[in-house]
Design a protein around this ligand. Structure first.
Ligand SMILES: [Zn+2]
Ligand SMILES: [Zn+2]
Length: 336
């Protein structure tokens, strides 16, 4: 089979590798049918990642189950499933506590699409080995479009987690979104759907702002800090100066959620944060825990994540098309 492999800045290519095989009764083999780059893949493709190529890239997809081990009961061949970006067993102490990005049955940071906790391949591969299939895979609910939900592996479900619990705790909260890609737009969609009374989306990209406006957000190209302006701030830029801006715009005891991936150093306004009283979370997302909630919202009719999908492109065009800068292209393959 072929693995789409990141080989150099702005360059990916197919590389042949043996087909993955079931290694235990709990495994599955799946074939991605709709896969999309995570926002961080754009940074990796632009040469800003911290792992040297070559490695198989991609960690967001809806896949079709091809084969399952004898002990697997949750999915059967032919099912459409969301494949979480990180590898988790579902049974260790961390997994049982919901900390699925910190599973202790695998090396720390084990994930698809980057060889930082072992080699698990990427989700732009023709076939993918999934350990602990019952713990990891989430069947795609009927009626949900695999193209719109390709991002449920990571960015869509992460976006749900960054804003939905806060709006539940503080109905009508004011939300600031400082972003550059799909995550910030998903957050706008979810925040407005769940009753945020004000959403301000900040992004220099005019096309992105237009989509955010379609979700009912106010938008700006750039802002100065808005003192005590927002109950919740979401930062998804990978830039420390933008994280600072979000932090300086929080109301007392407000909550800042950061999508992280600040590959370059910078300084946070710690005294300002102390004086205002802010909560900051910068964390790799324990996505498996809330994929079902994020899918349920997607199926509720309150949100339209398909509006973030910028291009639908044939699987065979991956090597040429993936390195091009696009908001959220989804690469699709025929199901047989
Ligand atoms: Zn990601
Ligand atoms: Zn575990």
């Amino acid at each position: 089979m072929r693995e789409l492999t990141y080989v150099a800045r702005h360059t990916v290519e197919w590389r042949e590798t043996p087909d993955p095989k079931l290694q235990s009764g709990q495994d599955a083999i799946v074939a991605p049918v709709a896969a999309t780059p995570c926002d961080v893949d754009s940074a990796i493709l632009a040469g800003h990642g911290f792992v040297e190529p070559p490695f198989p890239i991609g960690h967001e997809c809806v896949a079709q189950v091809v084969d399952v081990g004898d002990a697997v009961t949750g999915v059967t061949p032919g099912d459409l499933v969301v494949v979480p970006w990180s590898i988790s067993c579902g049974a260790c102490e961390h997994c049982r506590a919901g900390l699925t990005a910190h599973c202790t049955s695998v090396p720390h940071m084990a994930m698809y699409g980057a060889p930082i906790g072992g080699s698990w391949g990427g989700l732009f591969s023709d076939l993918v080995h999934v350990p602990w299939a019952d713990a990891m895979l989430v069947p795609l609910p009927p009626g949900l479009d695999p193209i719109a939900m390709a991002s449920a592996s990571d960015n869509w479900s992460l976006s749900w987690r960054m804003v939905a619990p806060h709006l539940k705790a503080r109905p009508g909260a004011r939300v600031l979104v400082v972003a550059r890609g799909s995550i910030g737009l998903y957050v706008c969609d979810i925040a407005r759907a769940l009753g945020a009374r004000d959403v301000l989306y900040v992004d220099p990209d005019g096309e992105h702002r237009k989509i955010a406006e379609g979700f009912g957000a106010r938008t700006a190209e750039a802002i100065e800090p808005i003192h005590h302006g927002f109950d919740v701030a979401v930062e998804a830029t990978g830039r420390v100066d933008q994280l600072s801006l979000a932090l300086k715009s929080l109301a007392p005891e407000g909550f800042c959620e950061s999508a992280g991936n600040h590959f370059r150093p910078g300084e946070l306004p710690l005294l300002d944060m102390y004086l205002t009283g802010v909560n900051l979370r910068v964390a790799r997302d324990n996505v498996r825990s809330h994929i079902p909630d994020a899918l349920a919202l997607a199926g509720s009719g309150l949100v339209t994540p398909e509006r973030v999908v910028s291009h639908v492109i044939d699987w065979e065009d991956l090597p040429d098309a993936l390195p091009e800068r696009r908001l959220k292209p989804v690469f699709v393959r025929d199901r047989s």
